[in-house]
Structure formats: structure tokens, C-alpha cells
Design a protein around this ligand. Sequence first.
Ligand SMILES: NC(=O)c1ccc[n+]([C@@H]2O[C@H](COP(=O)([O-])OP(=O)(O)OC[C@H]3O[C@@H](n4cnc5c(N)ncnc54)[C@H](OP(=O)(O)O)[C@@H]3O)[C@@H](O)[C@H]2O)c1
Length: 294
Amino acid sequence: MASKIVLVGGSGFLGTHLAWALIAAGHEVSILSRRGRGPVKGVRYLEANAATGKGLEAIAGADAVGYLAGIIREREQTFEEVHVEGVRKVLDAMQAAGSGRLLHVSALGARPGTESRYFETKARGEKLVEESGLQWTIFRPSLVFGQGDEFFSKVLKGLVRLPLPFIPLIGDGHYPFRPVWAGDVARAFLQALEKRQTVEQSYDLVGPKEYTYKDLVRLVRDTLGASKPLIPLPVTLFRLVAALPGAPLTRDQLAMLLLGNTGDPAKMLEVFELSWRHLENELPRILGIKGAEA
Ligand SMILES: NC(=O)c1ccc[n+]([C@@H]2O[C@H](COP(=O)([O-])OP(=O)(O)OC[C@H]3O[C@@H](n4cnc5c(N)ncnc54)[C@H](OP(=O)(O)O)[C@@H]3O)[C@@H](O)[C@H]2O)c1
């Protein structure tokens, strides 16, 4: 059944994939973000700021709300503002508007007690959602791959293309990851709208295959047709670089990378029908290799 869906922070990479899927399924989609702009035809983009509460009255009348606002580095906003205060303000706005269904996008690995304030604040956001009394579902995706992603199409591609005769590897690179396709995150989101058993449940969203960080760098290198060797450099060197202002990799990102990000797909697969696309098949398109466009 068609519903009115509001995506807070849905103007970016993942929100665009969700919006495509929701529009294709006939839903009415509004997306709230600070800039109030985005690329998906048929979506109503509105200006709002979850962290300050500005514009959140647009939630009124929604059958379901998705919370996607998130940042990977603190520039204009802090992790606390976006992952905790923003969640609190949206929960308040939902209570005020009488909207009961919340699909919350957190992150795999979110937990207290790591060196990463991204994970720490994401965990606190999850706790607020769980204690909200609303009909919530939490998604905890691993690294998400797809057209427009940051990690594969910008970070790793940029690393391979650095003007060096080798590709610097962070330590031994044996940190495990289980990347998931953006289209499958969108499928899970869409199916959760219909499946009552997803209420008050959290789902780790992972892909079909586990890789090490080193495997991922090698895969991007090979897909780009490069042949430079991967040279391991000491983690302490990257810690020093990450401490510099404007460093390409923040301390938080480095901490998350060293922790790895993998999980068990069993619970997710019991409930959702996913296509489970493989990274290898999607990478040429993601990296913009000629002839691989959709
Ligand atoms: N991409 C991944 O691999 C991945 C993995 C695990 C979890 N996640 C989570 O998934 C969510 C979406 O990630 P993404 O990759 O799509 O990020 P993204 O491309 O950066 O999109 C996030 C969007 O949030 C909006 N936003 C930021 N602050 C906001 C605020 N205060 N109020 C309202 N909107 C705000 C931004 O638009 P404006 O600048 O216009 O406000 C931006 O378009 C995030 O919560 C992220 O932590 C992503």
C-alpha cells in the first residue's frame, strides 16, 4: 500500500538509493535536509535541520519516518549533534505529530567503548530510538557500496590514484569487512514497511562475502587496471597523519578501519528477501569504468 514517507537526511548517497526504491514502489516521498536539494525525480525536497529541529514539523502526516542523517567527519556539525541530538529532536517531532513508525539507519559496529566517537554516538542514538516507545526498526549496515558511494568511488579510488609508485596500506590490512549493496539496504527498508515482525528489531545489514581491507584495496586497484604494489606502512604513521588538521583520514575513521566491520547475515536473511549483489560485479560501474555504466 502506498504511504507517505519522510526521510530525514535522505539527500545523500544512501537516501538517494532508498528514494529510488520507494518511488518505484509507488510511495510518496519527502526528504528533509539542510540544503533541501537532491537528485531524485518525484521526491519533495525540503529544508530542515535535525540537529536544531528547524523544519521538522514537515514530519506531520507521515506514515513512516526514516532517519538517515549522519556524518563521517566533524566539520560543520559534531557527531553528538547529528547522531544523538538530531535523533532526539526527530523522536520529539514524531511524538508531537503522532507518527509512530520509525526506520532508523545506524551503523554496524556502533557501540560504546571504542576509540571512535562515530560508533559511540551512533550507539547512543540507537538507545534513544529503542526507548522511544515508537514502532521502531534499526538498520546497522556495514560499508555500503553503490553508485555515488564515498568509500569505494572516492576514498579507495583516490588512494590507488595517489601520485606514488606504490599504494600505501594501513598496517597489515587484515581488518575484516562485509560490504553490502545500497540496493539491498533499500530493499530491507522497503520490506520493513510491510513486515510487522520488524518492529522493535535491529538488523545488521551485510553482504554475501567477507573481505579484508587489503582485499578491498586490491580489488579497486585491479578494477581500475592499475598494477602498483601494495606496501604496508606502520599504523603509527597513519595515527600521526590523522592527528593533523585537514588530514585525508581522521582519527575516528582510522579507528573504525582498524576495528573492521563485519557481521552475521542470519537474522537479516530470515526476514528480508535481498538480491545480495557482489561487490566485484558492481565495482566497475561504481568506479566509473567506461562501458560499465548502467
Ligand atoms: N555509506 C555507508 O557506507 C554507511 C554505512 C553505515 C551506515 N551509514 C549511515 O547511513 C546514513 C546515510 O549515509 P550516507 O552515506 O547516505 O551519507 P551522506 O551521503 O553524507 O548523506 C547524509 C545526508 O544527511 C544530511 N544531513 C546531514 N546533517 C543533517 C542534519 N543536521 N539535518 C538533516 N539532514 C542532515 C546531508 O544533507 P545536507 O548536507 O543537505 O544536510 C546528507 O545528504 C548515515 O546515518 C550513515 O552514518 C552509511
